[in-house]
Write a protein that binds this ligand. Structure first.
Ligand SMILES: NC(=O)c1ccc[n+]([C@@H]2O[C@H](COP(=O)([O-])OP(=O)(O)OC[C@H]3O[C@@H](n4cnc5c(N)ncnc54)[C@H](OP(=O)(O)O)[C@@H]3O)[C@@H](O)[C@H]2O)c1
Length: 287
């Protein structure tokens, strides 16, 4: 039995759909959900629902009973995520889960400038210490999040950002979901492995601006700015003060290569080329 956590999130739902499309019977798939109403679509596909919350250790231990393979999708709530993830790994061990497939971040380490990513470093350590066979899929940023870095660039043609000349690699969430499903179907082949999950090409932000220009038909120019200027711009745009250091950390991380990868693990797991930025951006931008 495979259980997918965060089943009502984008990646969880897409992973379940991939498992079904690869002929895993619905009766062999469960979804961990917080709100069963939000999961009516999953239930309609024949997926069994197990109620649980990463904050509630007892709920997880009950939910994980009889599960062989746990697809552990990282929490969308980053405020106390390390404690939430500790609960998940401890409950999996207590329930006798045999394999855990975890969604981490590219180049997870204790020193990331993208500070939210450090949670993944700690979680990978919990996995290693647990003795459960684990696979860490270190996902780069989704192509779907790229529009969130653009500010007003699509409107005024000028993309002010603080990535310097750093390169970044974005991949489609759908490809990541398919890679997770492929690992979940044959976990033994990937036991105790860590994969850097990225597209086949890293881009400078000048190059991304060229892609944006091509797909929108508008000239969009990337204008590198300092981190302080980026922070000030976010403040003026009304970004809540509490989030500004984390968003600035993403830019700083990109400027020093935290999202730069030429690893082809995603292509190997998919057994085909990943979707490219050029092909997928129009869909993401609704063009
Ligand atoms: N690589 C990237 O670019 C990127 C971007 C954003 C996020 N992420 C990370 O990747 C994960 C999956 O991405 P996504 O696109 O599926 O995100 P998403 O659609 O925002 O889903 C987040 C999921 O986390 C669940 N969650 C939040 N708090 C929880 C808790 N206390 N207990 C149990 N579940 C909880 C949510 O449950 P509900 O459905 O009940 O709300 C939801 O299913 C995210 O959670 C985040 O850790 C990666």
């Amino acid at each position: 039995m495979i259980l997918v956590t965060a089943a009502t999130g984008h990646l969880g739902t897409a992973t379940i759909d991939q498992l079904l499309s690869k002929n895993v019977p619905a009766g062999q798939i469960a979804g961990l959900v917080r709100d069963e109403k939000k999961a009516e679509g999953l239930a309609a596909k024949g997926i069994s629902l197990r109620k649980g919350d990463y904050h509630d250790a007892a709920s997880l231990q009950t939910a994980f009973q009889g599960i062989d393979t746990l697809v552990f999708i990282s929490s969308g709530n980053i405020h106390d995520r390390v404690a939430q993830h500790r609960n998940v790994v401890d409950a999996a061990k207590a329930a006798g889960v045999k394999n855990i497939i975890y969604t981490s971040v590219l180049k997870a380490s204790a020193n990331l400038k993208f500070t939210a990513g450090i949670d993944h470093y700690h979680t990978e350590n919990f996995l290693k210490e647990s003795g459960i066979a684990y696979t860490s899929l270190r996902n780069t940023f989704y192509i779907e999040v790229l529009p969130g870095l653009l500010g007003g660039a699509l409107q005024n043609g000028q993309w002010y950002y603080a990535a310097g000349n750093g390169k970044a690699n974005f991949a489609a969430r759908a490809d990541m979901a398919e890679a997770i499903a492929n690992v979940a179907i044959a976990p033994a082949a990937h036991a105790n492995k860590i994969y850097e999950i990225a597209g086949n090409h890293s881009y400078t932000f000048h190059e991304i601006a060229d892609v944006l220009s091509k797909v929108t038909g508008k000239t969009i120019q990337y204008i590198p700015v300092s981190l302080d200027a980026l922070k000030e711009g976010m403040k003026q745009a009304g970004v809540p003060e509490a989030y500004i250091p984390m968003y600035a950390g993403i830019a700083e991380g990109i400027s020093i290569g935290e999202l730069d990868s030429n690893d082809n693990a995603l292509e190997k797991l998919l057994q085909r080329k990943p979707i490219t930025l050029e092909a997928y951006l129009p869909k993401v931008l609704g063009i």
